[in-house]
Structures are given as C-alpha cells and as structure tokens.
Design a protein around this ligand. Structure first.
Ligand code: PLP
Length: 395
C-alpha cells in the first residue's frame, strides 16, 4: 500500500513499538501504588513528563497532563477552562474557528446549551483565520479563544502567537489544537503563547489512545474527569504508563525526523502537487501550500466524486482521504471545505493526500501516474452506484 493518509493516523514507528513493549514489561505497576513496582512506574512517569515538557518547551513538567488522545485533550481544555473562567465571574463568551476539528467544535456547541455564547470565526479563501476577525469578535465577556495550529484537512497554519498576544493582553485564555502539528511544525508552547495545547500520539508515529494536554501553570481549569488524584488532580484515572513511555519516545522520534527530513517531506508533497496539476487537467489545490503543513495536499478534481475516486485508489493500493478520516462515509463535503467557500461539487471532488516520513519519491510518482489514468476514465464512465453523487448530499 502507498499510504498517503497519514493525517488520519501514522504507522507506529519500529523504535516506538519496541519502547511500548519494553515499558509494558518494565513499568507494569500502577504508578499510584506505594510499593516498589508502583514507585518504579511512578518514577518513569515523572521522567516521561519531564521529557515531554522539554520537547514542548513547557516551563514545568507539571504543566503536562496525559490523556487518552486528541479528542479528550480538546474537550477537557475547552470545557475545563470555560467552566473555571465562568465560575470566576470572568464571562461566558467563547471564540473558535469554522475549520476546527469536531473535537473542539462539538464541546463549544455543547456549552452554548449551558449558558455560554459562541462566535465561530470564518476563514479566508485559503483557510486562514483573519487576525482582524479575532479582534472584532472580542467582547468584555470573552473567556476563551480556541483556534487550531494546523488544519487536518487542508493543512493551513493559523496565526496562534498573534492571537495569543491579543487575547492575553485582555486576560483571555487561548487553547490550540496542535494534533496535526507535531513532526511537521515546531511546537513550542512558550513561543505560541498559549495557555493550553492538545496533542495525540497516533498522529506522530505513536500508539492510539494516548495524548497530552499542556496546561500552563495558573490557568483556570475545572477538571472534566473526576475520581482519584492522578495527574495533579487534573485528570482522574489509572495512568497508562507504558503508552506514555511510547508517546515520549514518539515525540522525540517525530521531532528528530522533522529536523532531519522536514524539507524532504515538503519536497515530496510539492512534487505530488506539481505532477498532479501537470498530468490531470481540471485539478486544483485547495488552501495555501506556502502556509501549510509540509505533508498535506488537498486537491480537487473537476467532474469526479471523491468517494468514488478514493475507493478506486484503494483497489489500486493507494490510501488517501476525502475530508477527514472520521468522515469517510459522508456524502456532504466537510465543514472545512465548505468554510473555504467551495461548492458541493468542488468539495465533493476533493481528496486529501497526507504524506509521512516513510513515503518515497517513487511512490509519489506512481500515485500521480495512477491519478492521470484513473481520473479521466472516471470522468468518461462515472461509477453507477451513487448517481448523481451529490444528490444525496443535499438531503
Ligand atoms: N484534532 C485534530 C486536528 C485531529 O486531526 C484529530 C484526529 O483526527 C483530533 C483532534 C482527534 O484526535 P484523536 O484521534 O486522538 O482523538
């Protein structure tokens, strides 16, 4: 298989898998237990927390909270900060963007049913939040701005440090979903100036089911998961020490790859784009590749339904995605493509290609050749099973 769907998930790197196995054998105790096996697991957890803090340039290891992944980190950040700020009498207004992952949008929408107000910022035609729109949206009651660092579908990078400066000057908290950034962009919490930041190990060559919530010391926060005193009372539940060991390893692995091979990743992505645009007439790039994660290309094909193309590519050994992975079965274009101003036809004809460090130039050339053959064929003979494809989308 040629895996160009690595924003959905990355393969676990060999050395990360070895670390997962080692940690499962060596640190199998409950890190809260007072006996020797528990203390051993607890000390290793402390060491991992320090390593993750160092990798993210957090000031303190205690600012790192381990979670079950990106969705939990996002939900916890949004709700935990919103409720704490509201209880402190600071207001009830939240700001987010139209291209956030559902893991941020859904808790924001949930809060509007519980006394909060929400502004959803639009994006420009290449998928960037406009700084002036953030300025205009601020109110005396604004308590939280949550805007992602890099988008999962089109890869555009958002102006987080500018937003943080603006918000901090008014005592407003800032959260960023950086799930798609690790291994592709530098992730430095102090340079970004955020109060909270979410990560998920399976997006950077680690295992599924483990993530990080960075929470700057002193950030108002009401815990979401209640129970024991784990994770400095921020997240109850027996701590997944072996998975955290693998996450720490994966974070270092992905950052090492980025530093060594980030430019090559971008070169391959750019090569894919130029070959496709050259070989497939009626293909276009969505978003702004210059201001985008180096591995992501969102390409739309006139007169083709993305769902059909994806299935065809799958049978030919190529993995890609339409919109985000969790939305594979959807017939309506994703909210991200719609927010860019694309029509149903344009959004419906879009595929996301997301590369990883294991892809080669030969693979990229092969995918471009396959598309050059398959797209015109599909235009001439559209598959019959969903016809007309977008008729379903309008229901
Ligand atoms: N945020 C973004 C930007 C994502 O791409 C994803 C996963 O697709 C998530 C959050 C959710 O992360 P997880 O799969 O770890 O729950």
């Amino acid at each position: 298989m040629i895996n160009l769907d690595q924003n959905a998930t990355t393969p676990v790197a060999d050395e990360v898998l070895a670390e997962l196995v080692r940690c499962t054998r060596e640190y199998d105790g409950n890190s809260s237990s007072g006996h020797s096996i528990g203390v051993k697991a607890g000390s290793f957890l402390d060491e991992c927390r320090k390593r993750v803090a160092r990798a993210l340039n957090a000031k303190l290891p205690s600012e790192i909270v381990f979670t079950s992944g990106g969705t939990e980190s996002d939900n916890t950040a949004v709700e935990g900060i919103a409720y704490a700020m509201q209880q402190a009498g600071r207001g009830n207004h939240l700001i987010t963007s139209a291209i956030e992952h559902r893991a941020v949008l859904a808790p924001c929408e949930f809060l509007t049913k519980h006394g909060f107000e929400l502004t959803v910022l639009p994006v420009n035609e290449v998928g960037c939040v406009r700084f002036e729109d953030v300025q205009k949206a601020l109110r005396p009651t604004t308590i939280l701005v949550s805007v992602m660092l890099a988008n999962n579908e089109i890869g555009t990078i958002q102006p987080i440090s500018e937003i943080s400066r603006l918000a901090r000057a008014r005592g407003i908290c800032v959260h960023t979903d950086a799930v798609q950034a690790v291994g592709k962009l530098p992730v430095d919490v102090q340079a970004l100036g955020v109060h909270a930041l979410s990560l998920s190990a399976h997006k950077f060559y680690g295992p599924k089911g483990v993530g990080v919530l960075y929470l700057q010391q002193g950030t108002p926060f009401t815990p979401f998961m209640l129970g024991g005193t784990h994770e400095h009372n921020y997240r109850a539940g027996t701590v997944a020490v072996p998975q955290i060991g693998a996450l720490a390893k994966a974070l270092e692995y992905a950052e090492g790859k980025r530093q060594k091979y980030g430019a090559e990743l971008r070169r391959l992505r750019d090569l894919l784009i130029s070959l496709v645009l050259e070989k497939v007439p009626g293909s276009h790039v969505n978003g702004d590749v210059k201001h985008c994660t180096p591995n992501t290309a969102s390409i739309r094909f006139d007169g083709v339904y993305g769902g059909h193309l994806l299935r065809k590519l799958d049978t030919l050994g190529v993995l890609a995605s339409a919109g985000s992975a969790c939305m594979w079965e959807r017939t309506k274009p994703s909210h991200v493509l719609t927010a860019l101003g694309l029509t149903d036809e344009q959004g419906g004809g879009t595929l996301r290609f997301s590369l990883g460090y294991d892809n080669s130039e030969a693979e990229i050339r092969e995918v471009a050749n396959i598309l050059a053959r398959v797209v015109p064929e599909m235009r001439r003979n559209p598959p019959a099973e969903v016809s007309p494809p977008l008729a379903r989308a309008s229901h």
